[in-house]
Ligand binder design. Structure first.
Ligand code: AP5
Ligand code: MG
Length: 213
């Protein structure tokens, strides 16, 4: 199964992608996580992307296309994958199409801008494996420590309130138009992301079941 998870910054894409990845036995490909690892490791891509990510602006389509081409060639993608945070522009969607990548469904996790601004202040991200937590809504067993790998939990630099507002503007201008693109293809599944984590997962699974993939 090949899925795209879409939604505004902080809608819960990463959180739901991790859960679905485990349930469906397919990997998640998060361009955000790949870029943050590149920044941490100081690679050429990381050096190009660092300032853009920290400002909440999009990294160029060329860089994203390069990352995706490389990652989709790995063996673990043979039975499918979940794309988290990509495509994010019409050019990226066109590129996937041109490369013959046909996804089964596009899940849009719908959350209002107001709810997102509240959520982002409580997010914590594992510095080791990129797992996502929330201090109130999805806390780790031990404060500041990742349940999966024992890594240190950190606050992302782009989670400052003014940066989150800019990311929301970029989302509405550049990424939201893709919802129409996938709706026209009959692939869009809209899910209410303002429910609890568990209820949101249940809504996604119910929507996928209806597709009978
Ligand atoms: P990326 O890492 O993709 O960030 P994003 O899209 O801004 O989304 P987030 O990761 O911030 O949020 P999320 O939807 O994954 O929510 P989460 O599950 O964490 O991209 C970062 C940057 O990289 C971009 O700004 C850009 O510069 C660059 N980039 C990446 N991909 C690119 C591309 N394709 N093209 C160009 N540039 C690209 O949840 C948020 C919080 O809410 C967490 O604390 C979570 O625990 C909590 N939460 C989740 N669900 C619920 C719920 N139901 N109830 C309560 N709390 C919840
Ligand atoms: Mg994410």
């Amino acid at each position: 199964m090949k899925l795209i998870i879409m939604g505004a910054p902080g809608a819960g894409k990463g959180t739901q992608a991790e859960i679905l990845s485990e349930k469906l036995g397919i990997p998640t490909i998060s361009t955000g996580n790949i870029l943050r690892a590149a920044v941490r490791d100081g690679t050429p891509v990381g050096r190009k992307a660092k300032a853009l990510i920290e400002a909440g602006s999009l990294v160029s389509d060329d860089v994203i296309i390069g990352i995706l081409n490389e990652r989709l060639g790995h063996e673990d993608c043979a039975n499918g994958y979940i794309l988290d945070g990509v495509p994010r522009t019409l050019a990226q969607a066109d590129m996937l199409h041109a490369e013959g990548v046909e996804v089964d469904a596009v899940i849009d996790i719908d959350v209002s801008d107001e709810a997102i601004e509240k959520r982002m202040t409580g997010r914590r991200t594992c510095s080791g494996c990129s797992a996502t937590y929330h201090v109130a809504f999805n806390p780790p067993a031990t404060e500041g420590v990742c349940d999966h790998c024992g890594g240190r939990l950190t606050i992302r630099k782009d989670d400052l309130p003014e940066t989150v507002r800019h990311r929301l503007e970029v989302y509405h201008a550049e990424t939201e138009p893709l919802l129409d693109y996938y709706e026209r293809e009959g692939k869009l599944l809209r899910v209410n992301g303002e429910q609890s984590l568990e209820a949101t997962t249940a809504s996604i699974l119910a929507a996928l079941e209806e597709l009978e993939i």
